[in-house]
Write a protein that binds this ligand. Structure first.
Ligand code: AKB
Length: 315
């Protein structure tokens, strides 16, 4: 991995991954792309190009012109948005992925794309969900993610493309807010805790989902991409997680820093149904064994850092 093209670089993962990779590999060696431009260091502090991932020819041209050896494909519609517009989600999530895989095949690039806990469904074992298990998701996002996992495995076994990936849980960060996900409440709660000392959760009490702090997610991507390929048995869709948490766990962790913080509930049926179809906690043993995955942040350490950094950001 020497020169990298990133799609969806202005998104929640992309905006931090781009900056971390530029720091590590040099700013001119990380080409950020997104469908829109924004006032962001991703655009101003290094190469940036407008790219709609459904435009295969432009993606191929950019990868050729910049002579990249790696593509990290992040552009995607998240679970709740995908449920509101399933056909568009299929076109964007699957069309974008197949284009990026084709570019990787054509130019012999290393490849990364994230899957998600959304690739599991109601018939998946709910606790300590194994790496290899039943995957019958009931959301369009989940259908896209399972198909994507299979497609990445196929491009490796059929064409020898060095595809790699993880199943991310809900990601929590203070840099860029997520948009249209089911786990977004776990980010919103911190903003509201600082602004109003209260938050109304659209996810019900007692709903457990896996979560992870963004610095651990960024480290996981880099570690997996740099891992010795011969040691990877799974390659794609590694389960990774740092904690299994419900809204009341965030409430308790925040109250350690802001004692008068109050949590209430106003459940959104669409997102609750999605959350109920996902595991409570996944088992990340294969990622630990095959490439040394080890998150640093538990809920308390994350909450302390998140509130600290957000306080500075919000002024
Ligand atoms: C979402 O909620 O859609 C994402 C995910 C877990 O993939 N954060």
């Amino acid at each position: 991995m020497n020169k990298i093209l990133i799609t969806g670089a202005l998104g929640q993962i992309g905006s931090e991954l781009t900056m971390a990779l530029r720091e590590k590999y040099g700013k001119n060696n990380v080409i950020a792309t997104d469908i829109r431009e924004a006032d962001s260091p991703v655009v101003t502090q290094g190469p940036f190009e407008i790219l709609d991932v459904q435009d295969y020819d432009k993606m191929l041209d950019l990868a050729k012109n910049y002579e990249v050896d790696t593509i990290m494909h992040l552009a995607a519609l998240l679970s709740a948005k995908a449920e509101n517009n399933p056909k568009f989600a299929w076109d964007l999530n699957m069309g974008g992925l197949v284009n990026a895989l084709e570019v990787a095949r054509e130019l012999e690039l290393q490849f990364f794309t994230p899957s998600s806990i959304g690739a599991f469904g109601p018939s998946t074992p709910k606790k300590d969900t194994p790496q290899d298990t039943i995957q019958r998701p009931t959301t369009m996002y989940g259908v896209n993610k399972v198909s994507g996992e299979l497609l990445c495995d196929y491009y490796y076994s059929r064409f020898g493309v060095d595809t790699r990936g993880v199943r991310f849980p809900g990601l929590i960060s203070y840099v860029t807010e997520p948009g249209g996900g089911t786990t977004d409440y776990a980010v919103e709660i911190y903003y509201e805790a600082l602004k109003n000392k209260s938050y109304t959760s659209y996810i019900a009490e007692g709903t457990y989902m896996d979560m992870m702090y963004m610095p651990d997610a960024i480290n996981a991507i880099i570690q997996l991409m740099e891992a010795d390929g011969d040691k990877l048995e799974h390659r794609n869709a590694f389960n990774v997680t740092a904690m299994s948490a419900a809204p009341e766990d965030f409430e308790k962790a925040i109250q350690k820093q802001i004692p008068d913080f109050e949590l209430s509930y106003d459940v959104d049926s669409v997102r609750q149904k999605i959350a109920d179809s996902w595991p409570d906690s996944i088992d990340a043993d294969c990622a630990s064994k095959e490439w040394g995955f080890k998150p640093e942040f538990d809920i308390d350490k994350m909450t302390e850092d998140m509130l600290d950094k957000l306080k500075t950001k919000l002024g």
